[in-house]
Design a protein around this ligand. Structure first.
Ligand SMILES: Cc1ncc(COP(=O)(O)O)c(C=O)c1O
Length: 316
């Protein structure tokens, strides 16, 4: 008799494969998405809803002293656009105040800070496998990486309704297991991650080359000396961003604004309305991300760069 199809514990296999060469950390706990990875990592470190967590408004995590309160328990540096955040301020500041540091690595799969993978820095890191990420599932997924045995064990329990043993709930957890089918996609795609990141770097070089004559009108993504980026996005900054975007859209070139709306200005966070981050507010009026991904051909990237060139000519 033909046996019933038996599903393999693929999400466990994925954990095994996301081994040292991929993230450099001892434990990988897969979860349902990147937001849950952050949430569960915080709870696994005993951070409670009433505690405060320092998160950068856009990129710069250095003014930590001013953000500190009596109830601050953690810092989340964000490795944005494929570049590692400067971890030195958090690493220097956090031990003095007993803070947990959890890296938001959703956009930085295999990116490095001073030669060390972002997934293996400080207490823990949170990954997203949203389809547009460097390692993207077909649908959604996430993972927590850590070197701490106890944190990994707690995270496993928390993602699984708070239980290690089926139907025995030891803590109030959540249902955030990585879907088996997503694990299969990720397992296959993981093999290509390093190569795809190299392709992203080549695309970036092409942009740098083709847009180099516009440097007095545009700022281009650049690499900090501490960072080995993986180019989740290629960003440009211009005073004429809106005109530039319209001109590109009119000619069939897609560009995106990451991110058009500041969370603390939106209806969901009315209680934080009084916040104001001048630098962030200035940055979001000027940034634009260009096509970047291993699936784009050199011709497509050149066409995009040519459009940016011609629209800047047009606006001079
Ligand atoms: C920096 C950053 N953090 C967290 C997340 C959340 O990840 P997810 O969409 O998988 O919940 C994202 C996803 O877009 C992200 O870009």
């Amino acid at each position: 008799m033909t046996p019933f199809l038996k599903l393999k514990p693929t999400s466990l296999e994925l954990k095994e494969e996301m081994n040292a060469p991929y993230v450099g950390a001892k434990h990988r706990v897969t979860v349902g998405n990147g937001l849950d990875a952050l949430r569960i990592a915080l709870v696994a470190h005993d951070i409670e809803p009433s505690d405060k967590v320092i998160v950068p408004a856009h990129m710069d995590a250095s003014p930590l002293e001013g953000a500190m309160t009596r109830t601050t328990k953690a810092i989340i540096p964000v490795h944005l656009y494929g570049q590692s955040a400067d971890m030195d301020p958090s690493c220097e500041f956090s031990p003095r105040h007993g803070l947990v540091v959890i890296g938001d690595t959703a956009q930085a799969h295999r990116a490095c800070f001073r030669g060390k993978m972002c997934g293996a820095l400080r207490h823990a890191a949170a990954f997203s496998f949203y389809p547009r990420k460097n390692l993207g599932a077909f649908s959604v997924g996430g993972a927590i990486t850590t070197n701490d045995d106890a944190v990994a064990r707690r995270a496993c329990k928390l993602r699984n309704n708070g239980s290690e043993k089926c139907y025995h709930h030891q803590v109030a957890g959540t249902d955030s297991r990585l879907d088996q089918l997503q694990a299969v996609f990720l397992r296959v795609k993981l093999r290509n991650l390093a190569e795809w990141n190299l392709r992203r770097a080549a695309i970036t070089e092409r942009y740098q080359f083709q847009l180099s004559t516009l440097r007095s009108w545009l700022s281009l993504s650049f690499v900090h000396q501490w960072s080995a980026p993986v180019w989740q996005l290629f960003m440009i900054r211009s005073n004429k961003r809106d005109l530039l975007q319209q001109h590109s859209v009119d000619r069939g070139i897609q560009t995106v604004i990451h991110y058009p709306m500041l969370p603390y200005r939106g209806p969901a966070y009315q209680s934080h309305r009084e916040l104001s981050f001048a630098l962030t507010e200035e940055i979001i009026r000027r940034i634009l991300s260009l096509l970047c991904g291993p699936h784009f051909t050199t011709e497509q990237i050149e066409a995009c760069a040519n459009q940016i060139n011609s629209s800047m000519e047009f606006q001079r």
